[in-house]
Design a protein around this ligand. Structure first.
Ligand code: PTR
Ligand code: PTR
Length: 288
């Protein structure tokens, strides 16, 4: 298809990267004032990573205020009627674990995607915000019970039950962790990453509530996954894939999505390979 030829040309000529470097990292018209308030600063893992006010997730029922470092990111797939909804967020801190699960509860989410390990090169990247298998974690008005854990090469899939103590409401949560992807870097294998993304798509099929996606800062690796899933959905709906437009749309909802040019190149190459190898292909119902 036309857009795939453009993508291949752009990768070969370097134009794709040049255009990416021109793009703003933050939309200059959008503020992030809430994250700078004194009472909220300790809730940010990184001082330089702040959510826009306009798309931030506002907690309704948290005892520690309405702020969490998270944004709603909605990616529309034209022509298909699909809008993939995400909450892009940082890896929880020990002090924000209860807020994190409160957010999952309030958003109605059933899927949490984790793209970091807890520690990388000796540095803490994310607090372990879930209990060990068959154990229960109690957080203010919530409990979280871990009921299953399956390790598949570099992925770990877990099942949790999230329970609201006040209402008795229970919800099954699927947790999908990708384990071999250091921050600022790219996955070691495009095929494995594409497989992981396909599994995320399968897990969210038919679900309108947002998938909660996080890494450590919630921008770099989270951005790569959102771009990949969006591109696969566009191909399936027989729509052109213009990665730069997708990044712009993401960065209008959460600043700095996709950390650097090597991540952008990686995901563009993965999209192109998935298309040329027929892993991603237009569905018959969408071909014109
Ligand atoms: N349905 C036609 C086809 O698949 O060939 C027409 C079509 C052409 C559909 C291009 C989508 C297209 O988008 P792009 O080529 O930019 O991916
Ligand atoms: N100031 C931090 C740093 O550059 O180390 C912020 C940061 C951390 C930015 C991690 C991006 C990071 O990667 P990811 O969003 O993939 O966790």
């Amino acid at each position: 298809a036309q857009s795939m030829l453009l993508l291949a040309d752009g990768l070969a000529s370097g134009a794709l990267i040049a255009q990416y470097e021109q793009l703003y990292r933050k939309n200059p018209e959008l503020t992030s004032l809430e994250s700078k308030k004194p009472e909220n600063q300790s809730k940010n893992r990184y001082r330089d990573i702040s959510p826009y006010d306009v798309t931030r997730v506002i907690l309704m029922g948290s005892a520690s205020g309405d702020y969490i470092n998270a944004n709603y990111v909605n990616m529309e797939i034209p022509g298909s009627g699909i809008i993939n909804r995400y909450i892009a967020t940082q890896g929880p801190l020990s002090s924000t674990v209860a807020d994190f699960w409160q957010m999952v509860l309030e958003a109605g989410s059933t899927l949490v995607v984790m793209l970091t390990t807890l520690v990388e090169r000796g540095r803490a990247k994310c607090h372990q915000y879930w209990p060990a298998l068959n154990e229960t974690l109690t957080l203010r008005n919530l409990t979280l019970t871990s009921t299953a854990e399956n390790i598949e090469d570099t992925f770990i899939f877990r099942e949790f039950i999230l329970r609201d103590i006040n209402t008795g409401e229970e919800r099954d949560i699927t947790h999908m962790q990708y384990c071999s992807w250091p921050d600022h870097g790219v996955p070691s294998d495009w095929r494995q990453f594409t497989t992981f993304t396909e599994k995320v798509r399968a897990a969210r099929t038919g679900i309108v509530e947002p998938a909660v996606v996080h890494c450590s800062a919630g921008i770099g690796r989270t951005g790569v996954l959102v771009l990949m899933e969006t591109a696969l959905c566009l191909i399936e709906a027989n729509q052109p894939v213009y990665p730069l437009d997708i990044v712009r749309s993401m960065r209008d909802q959460r600043a700095m999505m996709i950390q650097n040019a090597s991540q952008y190149r990686f995901v563009c190459e993965a999209v192109h390979k998935a298309y040329s190898e027929g892993i991603a292909k237009p569905l018959p119902e969408f071909s014109r």
